[in-house]
Write a protein that binds this ligand. Sequence first.
Ligand SMILES: *Cc1c(COP(=O)(O)O)cnc(C)c1O
Ligand SMILES: [Zn+2]
Length: 446
Amino acid sequence: MDAYAIKKCINPACGLTYEINNDIYRCSCGSLLDIKYNKKPSRDLVETFYQRRNHGGNIYNESGVWRFRDLINFAGIDTENFEECARVLVSLDGSEGRLSKPYNMSKAADYAEMNHDSFLLQPEGYNPSGSFKDNGMSTAVTHAKMLGVKRIICASTGNTSASAAMYAANENMECDVYIPKGEIAPGKLGQAFQFGAQVIQVQGNFDDALAASLKNAKETGGYTVNSVNPFRLEGQKTIVYRVLEHLNWNPPDWIVYPGGALGNTSSCGKCLIELYEWGWIKKIPRMAIVNAEGANTFYELYNGLFEGKRLTWNDGRPDLAMVDRYYEHLDKKGIRPKTHATAIQIGKPANIVKALRALDFTNGIVVQVSDKEMSDGMSIVGLNGFDCEMASGAVPAGVRKLRREGLIKRDDVVVGILTGRQKDPGLAVEYHTNPNNMFAKPPTSH
Ligand SMILES: *Cc1c(COP(=O)(O)O)cnc(C)c1O
Ligand SMILES: [Zn+2]
């Protein structure tokens, strides 16, 4: 195989490299790995990406992921030829990333106290399995296919398993999903079953399920598709490409994501670092990450609320001993992540170090919001005719908070990523049944 890309340790003091024809995702030093490309892509590709939108039936141009394939080209596909793409690239009939782009949502802008035309939300829920996870799953499963893998494995708060199971079904692979019993939205659990995955219910939370699935992958040779897999993060970069394309490649002032395992945070950071190094962008948007109050590890560590010292990237030498002490403190005190936004109910974010690098590069910030605030955020998105789940509601809620704290200005250009569709419709019914909620429209009787 021609080496279009390698894997490289993210720890600058180590920097070991690995070939990509294996499923190693962690360096021997313990750090995670990045995908590094051997060629610097030409800025002229901007025109190619635009032209591919007129796809003429080629699903690899229709796909909002593979349309940008030249920037995630670990598979070495340099062609417009459909058959050659189809031999390697995994797509659900061109549907991943196809409908997601930034939209103006005037009511959400009012709620977030932003100008109508400078506040945009990008609904990644309109992916085939209903969340942004499809962006990264199409690339991770492509890599699995390159290796001839028969069985993929993941732990999930619900959307990863839905996406993995969907692609596995379509590619004729087996799929094992480890889920925290009773802690995932019913719509997500239903998808795993419906797409034919083997569901393994874990007594415990997501952090326990991830540990169990990584152990099983190691013991049985299954291929892990969680966001520790660097090929996942490559596909998720296309979320940012679609934002930038919509803005004619003029970066916004802010990009806002909810924070769970921090895969998106890491992916966005890597994406911006690359574009900057390639000279594609001159301005670096600031990233704002929104934690749930009930699962706020990143918020506490990044803002120095534990041991009075901020956890930072520190030129590639973050204080990992402090992270260990924080996790010990959670375990000792019996503090479990607790929020109704189950997609971000994560206490030990696996990508925390890559996320620190992302915030360092973008002068980023981390804010936290309550379940009530996330419900309001979710509901105001609904009133614009878009649905999203509670974890995604963290985005408008977080922007509103940052506006009130004066960190975001009313006319800043802000793009928020709505990570997933509503798969827990009971939450919407509950919200609107209670007249005390900010946007409730309770049912009437007849
Ligand atoms: C997975 C997920 C998240 C968390 O994303 P990370 O990359 O793990 O931080 C947030 N929202 C939704 C809807 C998700 O499915
Ligand atoms: Zn290393």
